[in-house]
Structure formats: structure tokens, C-alpha cells
Design a protein around this ligand. Sequence first.
Ligand code: URA
Length: 434
Amino acid sequence: MTMYELILKKKRGGALTSEEINWMVREYTNGCIPDYQMSAMLMAVCFQKMNTEETTALTLAMADSGDRMDLSSIKGIKVDKHSTGGVGDKTSLVLAPLVASLGIPVAKMSGRGLGHTGGTIDKLESISGFRTSLSEEEFLKNVADIHIAIAGQTKNLAPADKKLYALRDVTGTVDNLSLIASSIMSKKLASGADAIVLDVKAGDGAFMKTPGEAKALARMMIQIGEKAGKAMTAVISDMNQPLGNAVGNALELEEVIATLKGHGPEDLTELVFTLGACMLLSAKAADSMEDAEKKLQDALFSGKAYGKFLEFVKAQGGNTDQVEDPCLLPQASLRMEVYADREGFVTGIHTEEIGRICLLLGGGRAVKEDPIDPAVGIVLHRKIGDFVKKGDSIATICANDKTKCQAAGDRLKAAYEYGDRSLEERKIVYEVIH
Ligand code: URA
């Protein structure tokens, strides 16, 4: 078997066998298949797709490419959550401490930015000293002691996904159902939680552009998870505008902190409550969605969740002064307002473009080795349904480079659409699939 033959087979629309997929994943993880051949395979998959059997085989091969974590030493039902990726998606950073503050163990493996979307690990690294790389012992100890740990993939947990994730990020091969499903589910299976809650995003800023595509992705992941004995739930949520107002690593952390103090944006808070309620139900810590939401609201508005966030940051070596005073987080040297050039209601925001503008400013990677600038990004002042007058500020660009700042401002202006009538209020949660 050679990679060259497998690339041709997929390019011509053939289905790869489990044996071929196992071989390809093993050889790529070992470094015997180079990135350029794997890039060609990923692109062929994007054009020709994979069937359910291939997707399942790819997931299992990736999950078994390294160790599987054993969480059995931690008491209780361990619940994990994962998002398919969006713009301004800082949900996990509010949700994980909120759920943990109710005594439910949250052992979360998170990712870095992918394509035009941000990643939890990059956001956490805006806090000085914060360690996203934990040994398995430390990860387990933190979950046992304080009910929460969030870490990047340890070196040997689904290492095939770790390599493929970084490659897909820079080769335009993220937005494929089978590649997303296998990436997410391989990590979730390897990280050992009993129950998994998925936030499957649909819309312009998501990899799945329609609710129908998002539902198909959700069903595929639920099928793979249930086959592996996991309790699965998926929430289909809207990504036709950024979640909350902040896009960019440190800016998003600032919004996370505000949300944990009970004054976050409505869409983010509502999504957190829905996902949190699903996590509580999966952990058998509530009788109904209503009961769960009440518990979550009490924990958020009493300050318990914020206290847990501080405890979590401290346990992973982060500087809690920056949490207590977010002005101490990395700050951009330039701030530029972007003004509306007409009057009307905001009827659309090109959300993927907002993610790309953040990348242009330095908030994400263009090639694998790129460093990230945590301070840059965008703060939106107007969202869909809002009325603007000509000359109102619709957003602030935070940048460290004048030319990029100007280009970002022009692109941001063009990313807004206006109309003479307000649209119906948008739902943030489309559907919950158990
Ligand atoms: N999150 C992942 O971990 N992988 C993907 O492919 C998309 C989102």
C-alpha cells in the first residue's frame, strides 16, 4: 500500500477500507507520510467526501493513535463539551467553570484556532503564566480536587488529530463533515468522559453553513459516540453573527470574565445555560432542563462560577490579577472606530469574514509555525436587528499594526449589511438533539 495510491483512489471517488485508513493514520502519526501527501488526501476528502463507514474507521484510528485517558479514578459522571467552531465562541470558558462550580467534574481537552475560528487554548494563553499543557497526573488531580481542568491535547492523546488539526488549519481543509466529526470524536473518545455535549454551529461563521448540514454532522457524531458507549447530546446553535461582541483572544477573555460576573451578552449567556443544562442532565445532576437552568443561574448570579474560574486559573499557573482586573490582559496599541456609512437596521454580518479579519490582524495562524498576537481583535457595537444612524460606531478594531488596522476597518465596514426594516429576533439555539 502506498499513500500515492490512496490519494488517487480518493481523488477518483473511491471509498477507503478500514485497513487502508488504519495504515494511513498510523504511518502519518509516525512521520512516515509527509504533510504534502496528507494535504492532498485531505483536499481529496473535501471534494469526494467519506461515507459513514470511512468516517467511523477514521475516528477510531485517530482515537487509537495514542493513549486513552482513564478518568475512572474521578468520582461521578464525567461530562465533556466540544464546539464545532465559531467566531467569538468563548462558550467553554464560561460553561466549564459554571458546571464545575456545581460539583460536576469537567475534564476538557480543547483546541487552538482552526481556520477562521478561534480556539479555547489560544484564548487561555492570553493569561500570563497559564499552562495549557498539563501532564496526565496533574490534569486528573485538578479534576479530582477542584472539578475542572482544561488542557490542550497531551502529546500522546489522539496525536493523529493533533497533527491533522494543525495541517487542516492552514490548507483550507477544515470544512468537511467527516474530517470535523473524526477530529472531534477521536479526541472525545480518547479523553475518557462518560457523557459528551456537542455545540454544533450553523451559519456563515461556522464550518456547516446551514442548520441541515449542522444536523447531519451532529447525527454523525452522536452515532459514533453512542456506538462507543457514550451518552451523547447535541445542541444546534446559530453562528450567523459572532457570539457575544468580542472576537480575538484577550478581548474574548474579558467578555468571559464579564459573563461570569453576570453581565455578559445575552446570546452567550443563553447558549451557556442551554449547554450547561444538557451537561447537568447528562451528569444526572438535575431532573429537567428547567431545574438545571435554575441551578446554573443561581451559580452564575451568586458569583460561584466566577470564584471557580479564579480557582481554575490559579491551579493552572495563570496570573489571577489579570482576571480580577482585565485591563492587565494584553492590550493592543491601536484602537480604531469603524463608522456606519448609512442609516438602517443591521440585517446581516458576514461572520466568516469577521473571523478572517481577526486572522489578518494577527489573532490566528496563516502557517503552522505562526505566533499569535493575543491583544488584537474586534469589538462589535452593533449586531443583527440593531438600528444605526450614519456615523455611529459599529465596531472597534484593536490592532498592533497601522496598515493591518486600516485594511481591517475597510473589510469590517463591508461585512455589515443594512436594510430599512428590522428582522425578526434571532434564536441562538435552534434545536437540542438527545
Ligand atoms: N473542533 C475540532 O476539534 N475539530 C474540528 O475539525 C472542528 C472543530
